[in-house]
Write a protein that binds this ligand. Sequence first.
Ligand SMILES: Cc1cc2nc3c(=O)[nH]c(=O)nc-3n(C[C@H](O)[C@H](O)[C@H](O)COP(=O)(O)OP(=O)(O)OC[C@H]3O[C@@H](n4cnc5c(N)ncnc54)[C@H](O)[C@@H]3O)c2cc1C
Length: 452
Amino acid sequence: MAKTWADKKQETIRTLFFSVIFLNAFGIFLFWLTNNWQNAPADLRLVSIGDLLGLFLALSVLHQFVLQSRLPVMERYVGTVLQQRLHRLNGYLIFYLLLAHIFFVTFGHQHLHNLNFIDQTVSQFEHYPWVWLAYIAAVILIGVIAMSITMVRSKLRYEYWYLIHLSVYIAVLSAFWHQINNGLDLLSNDVFRAYWYALYIVVLGTIGWYRFGRLVMRYFIYDFTVSKVEKAAGGVVSIYISSKKPLPDDFFIPGQFGIWRFFAKKLWWQTHPFTISTGSPKNGLRLTPKAVGDYTTDLQKIKPGTKLFFDGPHGVFTTERLEGAKPLFIAGGIGITPIRAMLEGLGDKAKDAIVLYSVRSPGDLALSSELEEISKRTGAKIHYIFSENAPKSGYKGIIDKQLVAKLVKDVKKRKVALCGPPGMMSAVEQALIELGVPKEHIFTERFAFTAK
Ligand SMILES: Cc1cc2nc3c(=O)[nH]c(=O)nc-3n(C[C@H](O)[C@H](O)[C@H](O)COP(=O)(O)OP(=O)(O)OC[C@H]3O[C@@H](n4cnc5c(N)ncnc54)[C@H](O)[C@@H]3O)c2cc1C
């Protein structure tokens, strides 16, 4: 199947994004080579390498900010999943660069002054102003990276882990002060110093705008307010959001999600991701949360009139990915939310769609009346699969290879959008591959920011 325009656009923008990152790093390397390394006397070569590692360390920390900045072009074309994965890998890179930077600078000076490693470290505190800030930054960064290791992270509540992550801002400011006071490259060259300041201003400005400024601006433009809360299934509600101004047609693409902050007791201090469960900006915003923990349980009781910040849209699990082939949607449980949005978003093209929607019992079916309505209007086929209590009209069991082969005869030729619990998604993805669906035609959305 030929690549669609949307696929090509995504590839081009991703390539551009990585090229900018690479060229910037290469430019810094060239500057260091010509200004630092080539002028460094032989006995300062280790320190010079330490300087380069320090520059790359600072750059990698800025890359973490870029990856978390919610820059729309990145959200749309790089996508949250890839950004989270890069964020995680870059975290390890920062760890190694940090140790290597400290080692090379200290070891390089130690040789010069004939001191042991510890004495040299103490002497740096005495001779270089602000170096203690660098060590504060190092301790914070190592702490945050340690907390993010999967084993530790899985034992920490998301909220605590998030709050600990915020200390990185202190680390960045401390490290910046250390760089401009101790960094040879920055002290010796005005142009490079100006460039370095600009880099920080652009990155921190971007994150400040997209994570805060834009939300406030939207708050005043749209005045997003909870207008209605409706039961959608057992333990699931749909929360409708009104706005004082109609949303533009390109406000979101069906299937995308938002990060929501509701200004209500117990909820205001947290943000959580939820899919926009309507199929078109014309119908406004809506989210359909299932109660799985403290926050989502409290959210079920939210009152009409509550104001909110909407951060988004985010994500690349959208109708755009499905162009060029007939769609097959596979949903498990609350994973139906983006699928329901996409089904509506397809418009007339939904006539070719097949939906396999698996839940435990009929009481767990969410948004099914809306699915039925779209099916009636467009001809989309919907099959319900029940793992525990199946009514006569539904299939009993799970979505496996045999069932997909039976219900979707032309599965090989379809593009698949899959969303559900992690175990189900892995099993279904494997079954689809065994049935001959190319891996690049299977698009998934995981309802957790696990960046494996
Ligand atoms: C892209 C995306 C779209 C989603 N869409 C929907 C949807 O339409 N309907 C729905 O019911 N659920 C959706 N979720 C899942 C929803 O975000 C979590 O169920 C919710 O945040 C759990 O919060 P809790 O405190 O009630 O539960 P907890 O028991 O505290 O958390 C359960 C799990 O949810 C994740 N989580 C918790 N808090 C956050 C947070 N602030 N940010 C990111 N992840 C968090 C963690 O992996 C955690 O282990 C979506 C998640 C993602 C990533």
